[in-house]
Design a protein around this ligand. Structure first.
Ligand code: UD1
Ligand code: CA
Length: 453
């Protein structure tokens, strides 16, 4: 291991990402339910950097805001003239820093903290360590040219490479570790003398060699460093992410009925012994205890679920839902900002929005919390042990006391006291024998009409 020196991280994210053909900046495209840039910042933060700087392009306020939200500084590259130029633009934000600098490209969503740790460790005894990989198809990647001792001589971009150089399979994945002072010197020497007329960051390797310094390449697992340049590559990265997530959750004791049909986010947390049915999607912000059952075809986002709960099939749990122990949520039930306490049940066809439901309450089929008046949202409170009959509309703001009963089909606009019965519907009337007389009359009419024909 190298001695532990202070670390700074620079993430290059200013490229136009034109190959994505999307108005969304490339590094904000999601993989595993979080922006690509977020994945990189998270992996890098595990190394405990003192400073993190994200280089953003002009008109990329969204990227700068995202970086700021993650505690990173933003440096603007305007206009972008290549990866070397991007790194130069980060230097002012590095002012006064002494230590190691880790430079990463912003378009590698599957980077892990482990790979970065190994890259930093690989620098031991050298002046520069580079993140390399050996893809099946080296295609457009920069080729790593090594000397007889395995030292890194230079990086040649595919567009600038000879046929012989293009045949090399070891490639540049986009990660550099070197001393901050050396980085400043090497960046000062870059020229744009190449096929693309850009300042290539990769040329710092040539600069280090010119000084007689040793550069080494760390050959990382190809899946960890795949770059995203197109929608197809984003989808390919997503597929690798999902395969990893499925394997990790199963290794932690989660039962997946059909792993290939379950989709996770990077922050999905699930306790051991929880069973997940087919075709379930976890958006961001889901945490599920041990021993929960999620039946097929559910969509969950921003929800926590306690032990013993049963969800679905066909349930949609939206952000702010807090599902307590042993709660039952059945088919075609939607929740949003809904707290359901222990043992509460909403088994069929219900919308529960901006609501708290007390322990053991029973919400009948077709219950709707009318939480929106067209301008503002309002809350509904349902007390413990309350019974809400089928097809009830609860017009918020409204409170149903503990143990109260609501008759089916009611539209409840006023608070209901604890243990009371509330009914809101017209009285039922009954006419004895009416149906039989009606049948006889109409039957006779029909027979008479048939005779005429
Ligand atoms: C780059 C490397 C190539 C490597 C590949 C790995 C160079 C010259 N080439 O090529 O050797 O195999 O990545 O994926 O470094 N960026 C800026 N400002 C710019 C240009 C790019 O910030 O002016 C950022 C981009 O936002 C991106 C990263 O740098 O996150 C890499 O740029 P990209 O254009 O994707 O480089 P590649 O052509 O993929
Ligand atoms: Ca790239």
């Amino acid at each position: 291991m190298t001695e532990t020196r202070p670390l700074a991280v620079i993430v290059l994210a200013a490229g136009q990402g034109t190959r994505m053909k999307s108005p969304l900046p490339k590094v904000l495209h999601p993989v595993g339910g979080r922006p690509i840039l977020g994945a990189i910042l998270e992996a890098a933060s595990a190394l405990g950097p003192q400073r993190t700087i994200v280089v953003v392009g002009p008109r990329q306020a969204e990227v700068a805001a995202f970086a700021a939200a993650k505690g990173a500084a933003a440096a603007v590259q305007d206009p972008p003239h290549g990866t070397g130029h991007a790194a130069q633009c980060a230097l002012p934000a590095l002012e006064g820093f002494a230590g190691e600098v880790l430079i990463l490209y912003g378009d590698t969503p599957l980077l892990t903290a482990e790979t970065l740790t190994r890259l930093v460790a690989a620098k031991a005894g050298a002046a520069l360590a580079l993140l390399g990989f050996t893809p099946d198809d080296p295609g457009p990647y920069g080729r790593l040219i090594l000397d007889a001792d395995g030292g890194l001589v230079k990086i040649v971009e595919a567009k600038d490479a000879s046929a012989e150089e293009r045949a090399v399979r070891l490639c540049n994945a986009g990660g550099f570790v070197l001393d901050a002072g050396l980085l400043r010197e090497l960046l000062g020497e870059l020229t744009a003398d190449n096929a693309q007329g850009e300042y290539y960051l990769t040329d710092i390797v040539t600069g280090a060699r010119r000084r007689g310094l040793k550069a080494v390449a760390f050959d990382a697992p190809a899946d960890d460093v795949m770059g995203v340049n197109s929608q197809q590559e984003r989808a390919a990265a997503e597929a690798v992410f999902q395969a990893r997530a499925r394997a990790a959750h199963m290794a932690a004791g989660v039962m997946l009925a059909d792993p290939a049909t379950v989709y996770f986010s990077a922050d999905t947390a699930i306790g051991p012994g929880t069973a997940i049915g087919q075709n379930v999607v976890f958006g961001p912000g889901v945490s599920i205890a041990a021993g929960v059952t999620i039946k097929p075809f559910c969509h969950l986002e921003g929800v926590s679920i306690a032990a013993g709960a049963t969800i679905g099939p066909f349930a949609r749990l939206r952000p702010g839902s807090v599902i307590g122990e042993d709660v039952h949520i059945g088919n075609f039930v939607e929740t949003k900002a809904a707290t359901l306490e222990k043992g509460a049940k909403a088994n069929h066809l219900t919308y529960l929005g901006d609501v708290s439901v007390g322990a053991g309450a029973n919400i009948g089929a077709g219950t709707i919390t009318c939480n929106y008046d067209g301008f503002f949202k309002h809350r509904t409170e349902i007390g413990a042990g309350a019974f809400v009959g089928s097809n009830t509309a609860l017009v918020a703001p409204v409170r149903i006391g503990a143990g109260a009963s609501i008759g089916a089909g009611s539209t409840i606009t006023k608070d209901v006291a604890a243990d009371a019965l509330a009914l809101e519907r017209s009285a039922q009337s009954e006419k004895p024998g009416w149906a039989a007389r009606f049948r006889a009359l109409m039957g006779a009419r029909k027979a008479a009409a048939a005779k005429k024909d």
